[in-house]
Design a protein around this ligand. Structure first.
Ligand code: PMP
Length: 359
């Protein structure tokens, strides 16, 4: 088997060691004579797997007992509705920051349930900046403030947490586990799994326990964080295989030296690629320097007529999924934890060769 380099924004690359372990355990999990997928989620075996995954995640992110960790379904997009349904309480309004396509989707969905106050937007710069925090029009009566620390499509990342007086909610789908964060600075963090956590199908919610009591009466039981917490994320049948595989990813992360070690590698990978792009005179990244994502690096070629040839040649060399999001075009290299530094080196070598032939 020869694995290629996968720059997909999600479902993203998984660590090869994790895939190999899952393969070994696939048909007969730890001598039990059946796979983990075929076991009851209430069996002691699966409950053990689930609890270990939570313990490892808590260790990796230093999550205190003030927070519940929920393993849910429906993707981050379901949280766009679950957040207002759970957190509005007796308030009819919530603050949102608009920094890109994912913020916009969250805003649109929240608008079904409350008045959305867009405190700041970078749409005017085509989402290539982060609006200065000092200029945000915060509402002190907002139920919460929602923002997207890493916009996967635009490749924009916040490196500072907003300081606000209302509960802070962050869509960390594309940034979780990529670098150190202080969970205590947030009130709720959520993420679709299919980037740095595991396979699609699982959605992670980390929420301050004091926020678990304010769901609206119309909040469906399946979206209610308190119901999930009271039932150890097993109100119904959870996505057991995705949960198990995410647990293997957490173990792998611990073996790599945890988040601190990943951050060093991730910063080096991103710096290499941005430096190359900036110095190339052929490729360009539109994002302001201090807000460039460590995980998702969009770039354009000097001449978009060459896009097709670029992608075809890249694929030929085993560099997969470099096409930019359909809404913005160009290219995008997503370099999550499981994308090795050698993949970035191979990409830069190809880009440089391609530019030399087409300049
Ligand atoms: N938020 C962000 C930042 C994302 O990148 C994505 C998916 N790419 C989503 C939300 C939506 O996630 P899901 O597909 O899990 O609903």
């Amino acid at each position: 088997m020869s694995r290629k380099y996968n720059f997909c924004a999600g479902p993203a690359a998984l660590p090869e060691a994790v895939l190999n372990r899952a393969q070994q355990e696939m048909a007969d999990w730890q001598g039990k004579g059946l796979s983990i997928m075929e076991m009851s989620h209430r069996s002691p075996e699966f409950v053990g797997v689930a609890q270990q995954a939570e313990a490892d995640l808590r260790e990796l992110l230093s999550i205190s007992d003030d927070f519940a960790v929920l393993f849910l379904q429906g993707g981050a997009s379901t949280q766009f509705a679950a957040i207002p349904l759970n957190l509005l309480g007796d308030k009819g309004t919530a603050d949102y920051v608009n920094t890109g396509q994912w913020s916009k989707k969250a805003i649109k969905e929240a608008g079904r349930y409350c008045d959305v106050n867009v405190v700041a937007s970078s749409e005017g710069t085509n989402f290539s900046t982060i609006p200065p925090l000092a200029d945000w029009q915060l509402n002190p009566n907002a139920a919460y403030l929602h923002y997207t620390p890493n916009e996967t499509i635009g490749g924009v990342e916040f490196f500072e947490e907003p300081q606000v007086d209302v509960p802070l909610v962050a869509d960390m789908s594309s940034t979780i586990l990529s670098r150190k964060i202080d969970v205590n600075k947030y009130d709720m963090i959520y993420a679709g799994a299919q980037k740095n956590i595991g396979p699609a199908g699982l959605t992670l919610v980390i929420i301050r326990k004091t926020l678990l009591d304010r769901a609206l009466p119309i909040c469906p039981a399946m979206l209610n964080y308190k119901v999930a917490d009271d039932n150890d994320s097993m109100y119904n049948t959870p996505p057991t295989y995705a949960w198990y595989l995410s647990g293997l990813v957490f173990q792998w992360l611990k073996e790599q030296g945890g988040i601190e070690a990943m951050e060093v590698i991730n910063r080096r990978k991103a710096a290499k690629l941005y430096d190359y792009i900036d110095g190339s005179g052929f490729y360009a990244n539109p994002v302001e320097k201090q807000s460039r994502s460590l995980m998702n690096i969009p770039f354009t070629l000097a001449n978009s007529d060459l896009d097709k040839a670029f992608l075809a040649e890249a694929e030929e060399l085993g560099l997969l999924n470099l096409k930019g999001h359909r809404s913005v075009g160009g290219m995008r290299a997503s370099i999550y934890n499981a994308v090795p530094e050698a993949a970035v080196d191979a990409l830069i070598a190809f880009m440089s060769d391609f530019a030399a032939r087409h300049s």
